[in-house]
Design a protein around this ligand. Sequence first.
Ligand SMILES: O=C(O)C(=O)[C@H](O)CO
Ligand SMILES: [Mg+2]
Length: 258
Amino acid sequence: MPAFAANLTLMFNEWSFLDRFDAAADAGFTAVEYLFPYEAAPDAIAERLARNGLQQALFNLPPGNWAAGERGIAALPGRFDELTSGVERALDYAAATGVKRLHLMAGLADSKDEEAASCYRRSIVYTAERLAESGIDLLIEPINGRNMPGYFLNDFGTAERLIAELDLPNLKLQFDIYHRQVLHGDVTMALRRLLPVTGHIQVASVPPRHEPDDEELNYAYLFEEIDRLGYDGFVGCEYIPRGRTLDGLDWFKPFSRS
Ligand SMILES: O=C(O)C(=O)[C@H](O)CO
Ligand SMILES: [Mg+2]
């Protein structure tokens, strides 16, 4: 049975960020993920995880100026010093939360630009080696251009080749099934081929990115396939609830701890 992680950036928005931990636990989740923890104190997050018996599945390394439209800095020339200080900041939160996988966002750059590609490789190698000292995996995620126009890593084949080429033991794929379907389709065969290099899975309906219970994909089949493949990581629920979060959790009832 997949270990689902509530995404507290998109779900439970009826509550404040820290209260979302309690709401997710009350709804039966045993793990959480979110984009960024950095507006809350590490010990405040740690306290919510502890009191609710929640595991921290994933969060993202600092992405640059998100409010200004930046979507990561790893592939951006001239941002390496900012990247290295962001790694240290993320490690402070990792120590407090016990997270064992962090997602490094590439940024908005031409995916054919050699300088951006070189920056990206350097950022990945540095970050992976630094995280490895704490036993943490580094994830890279292909993101589709409809949701994030201009994002540098926009192809699963590119991600697969980069992971093989860099051959870092803790560099893994963040397999967001939503992006896979939008970009390439062929989800089941891609899961079968890429699971050995996959460090995290995320789910949402396609095309509207809602609960994984309707529209284009048969998630009941995909959840069974994930089990058949022996995946023992987390499945992040990175979806936008159609209405109130709690009203959309019927799909989760067979997997809930409550
Ligand atoms: O966009 C996604 O699917 C992600 O998982 C990023 O981490 C946040 O944009
Ligand atoms: Mg995702």
